[in-house]
Design a protein around this ligand. Structure first.
Ligand SMILES: [Fe+2]
Length: 153
């Protein structure tokens, strides 16, 4: 299985075990499709492009939103405008959107990495706001599963 989808599935199971209601099918669909926009762009716009491509194909709206809200730790409308993206709030809001976003940050290529590795990388690129958002989102999910995300199989 795709590494992001695999980790996203593990997070779903850990959340369910803690009594958090999460739609694993939606998470898996979003995880498998999250980078579909890379067929058009390797830039940060691949997320919004992916969402648009899927919407044009009639894919369920909640899957499209998981896809377009997976970059950074979420991009708000002001940041979207500054980046030249279609202006919208791409902040992950539902638990499913957050799980895919976090799983994506914890996979580098095909390998798992710690949240702190991704945060350090973003800081090294001068992306302080993104680093803070990723740290916060990872912490939120870690608090919900009540154990280190790095321990999830
Ligand atoms: Fe991506």
């Amino acid at each position: 299985m795709d590494a992001v989808a695999e980790l996203a599935s593990s997070i779903c199971k850990a959340l369910s075990a803690r009594g958090v209601v999460v739609d694993e099918h939606l998470v898996l669909a979003g995880a498998w499709l999250h980078d579909v926009g890379r067929s058009r762009s390797q830039g940060v716009d691949h997320a919004s492009l992916g969402g648009r491509l899927l919407r044009e194909q009639g894919v369920a709206e909640e899957v499209c939103r998981v896809v377009e809200r997976h970059t950074g730790g979420g991009i708000d409308a002001m940041e979207a405008a500054a980046l030249g993206l279609p202006v919208a709030d791409y902040t992950p809001q539902t638990i499913e959107e957050k799980v895919v976003c976090v799983a994506d940050k914890l996979v580098n290529g095909t390998k798992r990495q710690k949240a702190s590795d991704e945060v350090a990388y973003l800081r090294s690129q001068g992306l302080e706001r993104a680093a803070a958002k990723v740290a916060s989102l990872c912490q939120e999910i870690e608090d919900l599963v009540a154990r280190p995300l790095s321990q999830l199989e």
